[in-house]
Write a protein that binds this ligand. Structure first.
Ligand SMILES: [Zn+2]
Length: 83
């Protein structure tokens, strides 16, 4: 019996995406791998290049992926978009 290889992917986990309502995969993005600026749906502020954050990738449609500040993602149930 073979075990799944350990590596960065072991951090991935499946979550309910509060933006699309679909099941999504949560992936951490290290600052040195973040080359673009994004807008965080949690606080509606920009995520500067070089910032460690997370990306939420809906399984059904990866083009709907959203980048979040780590803290905003952790507090997403307290601060809902649009409120
Ligand atoms: Zn944010």
């Amino acid at each position: 019996m073979q075990r799944r290889p350990r590596g960065p992917d072991r951090l991935a986990r499946f979550v309910d995406d509060p933006v699309t309502g679909a099941t999504a995969e949560l992936r951490p993005v290290r600052g040195d791998a973040a080359h673009k600026a994004y807008r965080c749906p949690g606080c509606n502020q920009g995520i500067a290049p070089g910032t460690t954050h997370v990306v939420v990738v809906p399984l059904a449609d990866a083009t709907q992926r959203r980048h979040w500040h780590r803290a905003c993602w952790d507090h997403r149930h307290r601060r809902r978009p649009g409120h």
